[in-house]
Design a protein around this ligand. Sequence first.
Ligand code: ZN
Length: 389
Amino acid sequence: MQFSTIPGYAKQKLNLTQLVQEERLPHALLLAGPEGSGKLALALALAQYVLCRNRTADDSCGTCPSCSKAARFIHPDIHFSFPVIGSNVVSDMHLAEWRRALSYSVWMDKHYWAMALVGEKDSGNKQLNINKDECHKIIQKLSLKSFESGYKVLIQWLPEHLGNEANRLLKIIEEPPAKTLVIFVAEQTEQILPTLLSRCQLVKVPAFGHKEIGQYLSDKHGVPESEAETLAFMSEGNLFEAIQMAESRTTNEAGIFLEWLRTCYKGLVGNMLEQVDLLCESSKEAQKQFLFYGIHFFGEVLKQKYVKTLHLQLQVDAAKTAENLSGILDVDQIDRMLQLLNDRFFYIERNANEKLLFLDLSIKMKKIFRREDFVDIFESPLPGVLNIK
Ligand SMILES: [Zn+2]
């Protein structure tokens, strides 16, 4: 992949390309950043850049035979090492899944990777690890002669899973064969053995900015601008998460949300329970999407409240409901509904009990609709208080 396809990170890109241009590449680099940041993508772009036969000052050419192999993750001089599941298992046994996962998304996180390895059902209770055999494989790969270009690169994803096995790699990293580059790509540097850490040149890769994510979603995934902005904000700089939310937007999300909202408005508890059950049967992504749509919807209601002539970024039905609601609800009620949906979005990310969460949300929405969510001690004193003689 080319640097130009990665949004943002101007400083890191300059830093990395200069290392190559000025022939100052260290033996080992450590790209460290949070989940959903561009660290793995930058590692892939750097490997391609190092091996490109036609590189410019700031990027690989993208078309030479070397680039074309690197782009498909099959360049013989780009080696991969990553955590896997199970004992006696090494990366090479899962190269096909690895290439497939990278082709799906270079922003992927370890949860997605675990799922790609063992399926969604089992991924939660299986531990990713890098074992002794994998360390021997790494040493073996680094000791090989390069096939094509003189340089060979090893991308080691998530060295935090090495644990103490990292000790086995110290020697080869300290004194590697010529023209060898190891790029570690890590999330939690505090879990890496200090002796390994101290042998790497560190490049920090912060989370993406909201602007970059928003732009990426509208350019690459056709998400309308205002929705992309909200998704960017909700994803907290995690591009993988933002893309997943964008992709799971269903065409009927408006219908599902509006029906639920109507039920809350009418306060029909039986229907509420039915809809909560339905929501709980859907996937976590769909539940997040439901809440996300609600946040977007009430954001539009709020806009309508302030600027009457605004064109709402909603489908016809939803826009009509939003207009009606902006007439019925005051700003404070809309604010509280938004806050409620926002809170629930973050709770569900942190594995709250879904049934309780959606039931509680439905009842609170009903109360806000009816302005019953405040107990004003002056207007409605607690029973008994007035009976004191
Ligand atoms: Zn090239």
